[in-house]
Design a protein around this ligand. Sequence first.
Ligand code: ADP
Length: 388
Amino acid sequence: MTKKTKRPLPAGNGAEDPFRDRNLLRTILETIPDKLYFKDAESRFVRNSRAHVKSFGVDDPADLVGKTDFDFFSDEHARQAFEDEQRIIRTGEPLIGIEEKETWPDGRVTWASSTKMPLKDEKGEVVGTFGISRDITRQKEIELEAKNLTAALKRSNQELEEFASVASHDLQEPLRMISGYLNLIVRRYQDRLDQDGREFIAFAVDGAQRMQVMIDDLLSYSRVTTLGKTFSLIETEAVLQRALLNLKVAVDEAGARVIHGAMPAVMGDARQIERLFQNLIGNGLKYRRPGDVPEIQISADKKDSDWVFSIRDNGIGIDPKYFDRIFGIFQRLHTREQYSGTGIGLAVCKKTVERHGGRIWVESEEGKGATFCFTIPAGLDPAKRPAP
Ligand code: ADP
């Protein structure tokens, strides 16, 4: 039920009632920052808001009366607007919230969000059109910049992807040749070489082997996206168990204690999530002080629309200034003599998590263990998952 409120009475001092139609229309036309216009059946301006008049660089509203869009805009835009309005007059159908690209004779382009309606006389006959347009040029520019940026980012990601994949493929062949001939030298000429010669060849073989490992690493990095499987519903409990089975030797050797809480079902690539757990738990086992017994806790907590998985260890920890760096390709904080590895593991983890629409980060203090966390969106509806 609506309560009727009485409109305040006119001042009674002879001043015009400010709520009369005439004053309301005048106020709108004089002050509203949007472009308001009334046009006759030939699309000639009849009345315009002050903002509309100004947008044409005209001072006096009277100077606009009788003119058309053809007097101001480029032919292309004026014709489009004319055709739209003539159709509204013919059909009586309005155009609501359309985006108009306004092109000007000097080459300028502006954008407007417009609504155009049929203008009827008292008998209901369509006698023209009226409309309201809001300038959305800045908004459109921002939209376009964002679109261009996303496209450029996609392109550069794709290029990087191709580079890693092509480089690692193409490096395989010459490397195979180097390794093959080194082995041949060892087999055939070992006896004829002196101590130095044998040592030099051993260094060369070692270098070739390391390069092979790095190429394999690069390939596995690029394969996260190129060979990734489409997502399906996976039980992370089962996936975690498989990862732990793969790590059984390392766990047993270190006498490690690995515990975990309840694990959820998520949409994902089971092989990749298995590898993700394996990498993170494997690091937890590896980066410990000599003689320490690793303790690793794995948990999954629902936070908003994500599952947050965390893998906590009691190892050497990481100085916060390296938190970003360690996720880069081949980035390591230790020499091979201290801890084995090539520095690809966390880069693969990051790429895997991002492919699943999540984030990965680490929380740690040097010497106080590290907790690696990653998120996977909790929605199980495949249609709402990020495109793999
Ligand atoms: P890799 O283990 O082959 O070096 P990663 O990409 O897995 O490669 O790790 C990069 C670096 O991050 C490691 O060299 C190590 O310095 C650091 N790091 C990773 N995991 C841990 C951890 N659980 N505790 C301490 N440091 C870690």
